[in-house]
Design a protein around this ligand. Structure first.
Ligand code: ZN
Length: 284
């Protein structure tokens, strides 16, 4: 498992290698949610996130590896902001179990059906599913639930979770030209959230372009989910935003570390750089 402590070690290393690093804010349990920026101050800005769903831990390893790769290769066209683990509490819950969260341990175990095995948990330490907590047709998704749960609980109001409020505020501060949200699994690329007209044309064209290297299934006109980070970016910021589901559906959760295969890495390693290059070319 790509642990929170490994993440903070790796970020400290990239900082020593010349990347900019910082925090987008704090999790419910007070853990820093780190980011790494690679590139220069001119040109396109892209935010790449991983690990918003706890059990999709392979996405944290992927985004961190992308950050190291981008630093090594250089980002000629603007900046990429990598946020490898949006949900550190979820990762810590899987790693250490409910007792790690002291006074919340009874609540967490109860929500988890009495079990101390949190390997399939997706939510944060308040049992809010962060990727349905954004203010984008909030609580209208087909799978949404209205009570604390290991997954799909929308929270008591949009951005009630500290993690989603932090990602919203960070995004509004950066004002990116594009965002990429990594999830697992299914090998799918999502780009649509009720946009129409020229924005729909623009975003579909870009989805097709970036999918040349990914070769995933392009999910056109998908409307059964809501409240995700990508949804909010499309809806509020009116930018192209993508959800990328890595890993073949033949694998089952909980995913082992080797689910991030070399094939998966090859398809994804250049994605942030391809996006920045594409956006910079559009701008000229
Ligand atoms: Zn997910």
């Amino acid at each position: 498992m790509y642990t929170y402590s490994r993440l903070t070690d790796d970020i400290a290393y990239l900082l020593r290698c010349g990347a900019e690093a910082g925090s987008i804010g704090y999790s419910e349990s007070g853990r820093i949610i780190p980011y790494v920026r690679v590139g220069n101050r001119k040109g396109a800005k892209t935010i790449v996130t991983g690990g918003i769903h706890a059990r999709e831990n392979v996405t944290c390893a992927l985004v961190m590896r992308q950050a190291a790769y981008a630093l090594d290769k250089g980002v000629p066209d603007g900046s990429v902001y990598f946020v490898p683990m949006v949900n550190p509490d979820g990762a810590l819950l899987i790693e250490y179990g409910a007792d790690f969260f002291k006074e919340k341990s009874g609540f967490l175990r109860q929500v988890n059906g009495g079990s101390d095995d949190f390997a399939l948990w997706k939510a944060n330490s308040d049992a809010v599913d962060l990727n349905v907590n954004f203010d984008a047709r909030w609580a209208s998704g087909i799978q949404n639930v209205k009570n604390p749960a290991p997954q799909n609980y929308v929270g008591s109001f949009p951005f009630c979770a500290r993690e989603t409020a932090a990602l919203r505020d960070f995004t509004l501060e950066i004002m990116p030209d594009c965002t990429v949200s990594y999830h697992a699994k299914g090998r799918e690329l999502y780009w649509f959230f009720h946009q129409s007209g020229w924005r729909k044309t623009r975003d579909l064209k870009m989805a097709r372009y970036i999918n040349r290297k990914l070769s995933y299934k392009l999910m056109d006109d998908f409307t059964s989910s809501a409240g995700g980070y990508k949804d909010w970016c499309v809806d509020t910021l009116k930018i192209p935003a993508f959800t990328v589901e890595i890993v073949s559906d033949e694998k089952t959760h909980p995913l082992s570390d080797d689910a991030l295969s070399e094939d998966e890495w090859e398809r994804n390693k250049d994605l942030p750089l391809i996006i920045n290059e594409y956006l910079t070319r559009l701008d000229k």
